[in-house]
Design a protein around this ligand. Sequence first.
Ligand code: NAG
Ligand code: NAG
Ligand code: NAG
Ligand code: NAG
Length: 938
Amino acid sequence: MKKSSQLQIMASKEEKALSPKAAYSQNSLQVIPIILILMLVSSASTATAGQEAEALLNWKASLDNNKSLSLLPSWIGNSTCNWEGISCNNFGSIAQINLTSSGLRGTLHAFGFSSFPSLMSLNLSHNTIFGTIPLEIGFLKSLRTLDLTGNNINGSIPHEVGMLGNLTFLSLHDNKLSGNFPIEICMLSLLSVLDVGINNLTGSIPEEIGNLSSLTFLALGGNNFSGSIPSTIGNLTRLKVLYLMANQLSGSIPPEVGKLKFITNLGLVDNKLNGSLPSEMNNFTFLKQLWLSNNNFSGSIPQGICIGGVLEMFTAHNNQFTGLMPGSLRNCTSLVRLRLERNQLTANIAHEFGIYPKLTYVDLSYNRFYGELSENWGQCQNLQSLRLSNNRISGGVPRFEGSMQLHVLVLSSNNLTGTIPIELGGLTLMFNLNLGDNKLSGSVPVEIGMLTNLQHLNLAANDFSGPIPKQLDRCRELLNLNLSRNRFGGSIPPEMSSIDSLQVLDLSQNSLMSEITPQLGNFMKLEALNLSHNELSGSIPSTFDNMLSLTVVDMSYNHLEGPLPNNKAFHEASALAFANNTGLCGNATGLNVCPSETRGEKKSSKSVIFIVLLVLGILFFAFVVTGILCVVYYPREAQLNEDRFAVWSYDGRLQYEDIIEATEEFNSKYCVGVGGNASVYKAELPTGRIVAVKKLHMLQDRGVANLKAFESEVRALTEIRHRNILKLYGFCSHPQHPLLLYDFVEGGSLENILTDENHAVKFGWIERVNVVKDVANALSYMHNDCSPPIVHRDISSKNILLDLEYGAYVSDFGTAKLLNLETSNWTSFAGTFGYSAPELAYTMEVNEKCDVYSFGVVALEVIMGKHPGDLLSYFLSLSSTSTPEPIQLNDVLDKSLPPPGNHVVNKVITVANLAFACLRTNPQSRPTMQQITRELLF
Ligand SMILES: *[C@@H]1O[C@H](CO)[C@@H](O)[C@H](O)[C@H]1NC(C)=O
Ligand SMILES: *[C@@H]1O[C@H](CO)[C@@H](O)[C@H](O)[C@H]1NC(C)=O
Ligand SMILES: *[C@@H]1O[C@H](CO)[C@@H](O)[C@H](O)[C@H]1NC(C)=O
Ligand SMILES: *[C@@H]1O[C@H](CO)[C@@H](O)[C@H](O)[C@H]1NC(C)=O
């Protein structure tokens, strides 16, 4: 490195003219009939290599994306057989086109279908292809495989697909196709896989579907198909997988379904199906996964569902099933997951269940199971989650001695009696233990303190007595502790104050006595505290001033006196929170001002009374109005809750509960990162897909209308597909924990990789330049190719993720804005410290140029191996007229790597120059992302 490594701050260049978009002509549609006839006449002739090359180059030119130049760089000249994604047959004609996940963006209208008579396989899955499927698709006479999964294709499926008589594999999964299912597809007698799931198809499933006698896989889920399931489906006797979930199908299951004797996976969840299941379903000897939940099925569950002994997953929750458990389930040792909650099953739970070595998840809540729990549950070695709440189960709590994996045990709202077995203390993975609302008694065993992973403990509404065990202080992960409505006595143990993770503490309605220990003020994270209905006396310790997170308090019905602590929650609590005490005073509604504060000011206490009356009046009015609104709006709200997730997967609509289940209620063992406003969890969905779940901390209160706005914005973001933008699958607007669901990227964040020494060395110059390019491509796409443009607002090395090959994905696009949707103090949001543009200190307007600045910081960070810190201050200090000192490249490059070799040094210099240009103080003189991507096209 010699002179060339001296950098000058780049002068901003004139933006070059946009390369003309080779638009496809709308008129071409009208020309089709003529072309069609001409082509049919000449269809016997084989296309020459020249024709094929020309057709592909035309199509490439039509892809309206300034990136397509760098895309498919090998597509030049005539020798198509060597082009990326192309394979030829022995005669030199194109036989396969495989451009999956290639960042293609455009339509299929300029794809010269008639030029590829030998094409057998066309795989364009996971790109951004939009527009309709051209009718000329019918020309691909040799086609056996057509895979357009994961694009944005709209319009209806053309009948011409029915002309592809050799087709064995057809997937249009996850697009925006609408209209009816074309009957012509039912003529494709060789078709083995047919997947049109996750589109907007309507109408009924045609009877002719029964003609597809070679089908082994049929997926129609995630559409709007209505009507009933045609009985001809029974003719598909080779079918192994049948997915009809998440439609509007009604009626009952036709008995002919019983003829599908090879079926392994049957998914019918989220429809309006009713009636009882046909007894013919008793003969499915290969059945592995049966999903029936969220319908209106009634009658009993077929006895033979596990007759083949291979059933792994059975979900039938939210139906009207009655009667006993299916007999074959008793010894179904293959069972892994069982969800039957919210039915009307009536059975003696002591007899219906055996021992299941593989079972991990069971939910039988909200049924009518009775009888006692067997100790056999303790022999299910892999059991992680057992929920049996809201049944009529009696007897004692089993010891679960062999269930060492048990994390979640919910036995609430039953008729359990006796004491808590001390053996439960051995279940050290326990995370959520809920025995609330039973008839349990005695004192709580000290062994409870062995549950060091416990986050939720609910023993409320039982008959427990004795002291609160001080050993609870060892449960250092506890978030939520509810011991209310028991007969606990003595004082609140001061040791408890060391549970500094605690967020909710409810000790109400017990017989707790004496003064409140000042140590309780150590609960820095406590949000809700209920000590009401006890015998507590003395004053509230002034240490409570420190509980900054506290938002809800209830101290009513005690013998407390003296001043309230100087704490926001106390000041803002309603009068009810302090009612029926001996003599509390202070600056809060309904309380007398403390004597020392008010000496000689009668007037103000009068006005206090007036204000109190006024506030009470308003409160009363508010209650009445809310009451009315609740009655009027209740059904709508329920509907909204049902619709919480906008994610579709093979087993139907994902629900909040599925995420809860996959993360074992956000168990920290699944947590892969914690940021300022969210925690991220890695979750494996029932389908096997791995996703990143981003759980947002506390969202501002939002009305239903805002929630809708939030939903529609996120929905728009879910439709964005770019290979350098982390795919957002969906969201859940659960009021407590709003969730966003993303693709899971294995490598970790750019920040982590740069700070991890092992990685930083492997992360060479070429990889680093490519990461900068990827991030630029993502930003350029969002700024220029989206309408309206989407500004990220919070670009930093934290939210750029890298896969194992150092491919970069920008995450959290657009969500920064959504998270602040309702905050009026816009300026309080200024992105991540150290990355946000200087103008944000004085303007409220966040625009593309802010992203450009942050991009500059990240680009510099990538080549420096650390955040450019001081260098940024240096840039800020430059006035627009002064000539900057030249910066030695050597001074900034990451020292943990050998200096860049000849092949890459110029690229590194370009990146550095661009980064400096992005850091200009004046937003107008920063380049646009489009200019940057063009500079990076080396
Ligand atoms: C298309 O390519 C993707 C990615 O390589 C692959 O998963 C899929 O199976 C391919 N489709 C067909 C029909 O082979
Ligand atoms: C298809 O199913 C229908 C109704 O179930 C039946 O009448 C018909 O004979 C079947 N066709 C074939 C070819 O099996
Ligand atoms: C479900 O079926 C029951 C009868 O089994 C019926 O009373 C009820 O109205 C149905 N519910 C819906 C939503 O269709
Ligand atoms: C506190 O607990 C009592 C009794 O359990 C309950 O009635 C009251 O609503 C609770 N207070 C708050 C603010 O939740």
